[in-house]
Design a protein. Structure first.
Length: 177
């Protein structure tokens, strides 16, 4: 049996997303920005962030995978790419659901930087700072969390739980260990 404990409810998430959207708008004003949503985990966050963003926003999608079960494999695979013309000379914001070891974010930044954006920053909803292996810090972070396995609001455990409207901690009961 799995046991889910609410960590951030919908209200808390919405408030944070609105704050981040307004901080981002403060940087770019009415300049065009390309927001890259990393699939699948960041999809709810990216949609809510963009709905609250008042400026000139474009939306692109990247798909990478690294996680199997509750552990990061460290090997990043790119499953969906972006064409260079959508990045070159543009202000780019990479949107992530969660940064853990930092391998994925570092891979994504390298991939985008090769396309020569005008500027590049990163925005993650969650940061498990304590688990960092690669020396990388997101430019904007919603919440720093402890070393917990979280699910919901896009985040999954083997593709399950993405549809929860809140972010919860998944705890396995002794029977499943
Ligand atoms: P990193 O490459 O180790 O930083 O891992 C980042 C990716 O692993 C995230 O984009 C998530 O897809 C996934 N991930 C890391 N921690 C969690 C978690 O607690 N729950 C669900 N997915 C996670
Ligand atoms: Mg992800």
């Amino acid at each position: 049996m799995e046991n889910i404990e609410v960590l951030f409810n919908e209200k808390v998430i919405n408030k944070k997303v609105k704050e981040l959207a307004s901080e981002l708008y403060d940087i770019y004003g009415d300049n065009e920005v390309v927001f890259i949503c990393t699939l699948k985990g960041a999809v709810f966050f990216a949609c809510d962030l963009l709905k609250n963003y008042k400026g000139d926003a474009r939306m692109e999608f990247l798909r990478v995978s690294s996680y199997k079960g509750m552990e990061s494999t460290g090997k990043i695979e790119l499953n969906l790419s972006i064409s260079e013309e959508n990045i070159k000379n543009k202000n780019v914001v990479i949107i992530e659901d969660i940064v853990d070891t930092g391998n994925t974010l570092s891979f994504l930044c390298d991939y985008i930087n090769k396309m020569n954006p005008k500027s590049l920053i990163t925005c993650t909803l969650l940061d498990k700072k304590i688990k960092r292996v690669v020396d990388i810090d997101p430019t904007y972070t919603g919440f720093v969390i402890d070393d917990l396995f979280v699910i919901g609001y896009g985040l999954d455990y083997d593709e399950k739980y993405r549809n929860l409207p809140y972010i919860g901690v998944l705890r396995k009961t002794k029977k499943d260990l």
